[in-house]
Design a protein around this ligand. Sequence first.
Ligand code: SER
Length: 601
Amino acid sequence: MKTYQSAELRSMFLKFFQDHGHAVISSASVIPENDPTVLFTTAGMHPLVPYLMGAKHPAGHRLTDVQKCVRTGDIEDVGDFSHLTFFEMLGNWSLGDYFKKEMIPWSWEFLTSEKYLGLPKDKLAFSVFAGDDDCPRDDESAQLWRDCGVSDDHIFFLPKENNWWGPAGVTGPCGPDTEMFIITDKEPCGPDCSPACSCGRYLEIWNDVFMQYNKKADGTFEPLAQKNVDTGMGLERTICVLNGKKSVYETDLFANILGKIAELSGKTYGSDAETTKAFRIIGDHMRTSTFIMGDDRGVSPSNVDQGYVLRRLIRRAVRYGMDIGMPDGFTGEIAKVIIDQYQTVYPELKRNQHFVVEQLALEETRFAKTLKQGNKEFEKLIAKVENQQIDGESAFHLYDTFGFPVEMTQELAKEKGLTVDMNGFHECFKKHQATSQAGAEQRFKGGLADHSAQTARLHTATHLLHAALRHVLGDEVAQKGSNITAERLRFDFSFGRKMTKEEIAEAEKLVNEYIAAAADITCEEMTVPEAKAAGAIGLFESKYGEQVKVYTMGSYSKEICGGPHAHNTGDLKSFKILKEESSSAGVRRIKAVIGATIDDE
Ligand code: SER
């Protein structure tokens, strides 16, 4: 049987689409910029939403990439054979360029040609959209598969539940898809066995989405101005299925990581169910944590937002590490293996290695300290528990005082046959005005950031603020994060100390001067070296020499950025800093508002 390596699949995929006129673009950050509605990038299409909606992408109408993705909704399920919180998604896009009649034969060629995956044709099955009131039955795709030589009994018409993708949040681009499956040796589970059932006969390896609708907030679908293609192939999963492995953890992507866990713990993966589960949880959570911190927008563990998810991942890995006898400080050792393995594909990991290892050591120490006390507290607590349930107040106390993520309390409780009163916990949480998991989880359910004129103006304000801060505090100031809601902007930047009152006033005054100057805002496309030479600041994360957008705001600001922005600095009307505070070690946070409001749209 042919074996497939992950590195080979990555490069084969990109090369195939490059040969079909696609520009290879770098993975975007796992931490979305200016998007308050999701914590992490969850799919290859996510950073491309504005372009699927019609904005012009600097690299053209045909793109391909390997995107770093984080999905932490199923964190509790990690430990079984398939769940992962981090994965890589191979994808290609048509931004209003080609459509079904190009994409389907290409998919067929990539799957079956000996030059590429070389899969046996009779081992492949396809699903297409069955049609409903929102969108007609996709006979065209079915016919295109037939034209490739697929027989009717290998084509399945399935409803929206199975054959529709998106939007990523509540609103945004979406459409019917056609999915591609490997048929395994498992017998059909019954007369209705199809790719829609979970019996394991059909394993999905690729998804071609025909993105031609925008789902609106009222739940209706309107046709998009352009017809797009968005495809996604999960690297880990596909490598697993192609090699006939039972688990994603048994692919080459995890070999070194699990090997290191074995070396450090003296235990063997697969020796028993508990050990296997611990290896998987440690492997997965460390990989995700390393990618979150090793990103150029990397964050450190904290009690809010991405930092909280990160804290949960690290602490859960440490807890399972203790169960299998991992030595103190093991997280940094595993991270180094992960960075070595991935650095050629994601060079930012190596650049940020020092930060990753340092943060892991700090978090491990912090956790060890609180864990001892917290465990004692937990034992006391369960001794007096009533109705098999830990009350919300106590769970909150563990969280607030001992740094126990509530999910960890839930897991510990479960091990003792108890539950946690989560409603009670959330009530206490709200009472204490803490912003974290509650809000964070809500956001996973939210829609993607809107692209209204008001968000564009607030986004423009962050560029002006960034420029003003560099003017007042010096060039050590660099953006670490940005988050925009309809009401305010929030800007995180590297700086070692609290700003003085005078410095805050000066930065605010400068931004107001930039606004009063009513300078035009222009956008140019160039390569990253050209942008650097032009004096632009921003993330230089491109690897492939692709074109990027550079926004210039009068003589004040020049930044690499995807946009969109206001047309003139005067559109902001005025600017006010509400708060300057610490975000994490070495990072300050400013919240600010502008004079323009949604009503000005
Ligand atoms: N957005 C689709 C997915 O996540 C295809 O890229 O599967």
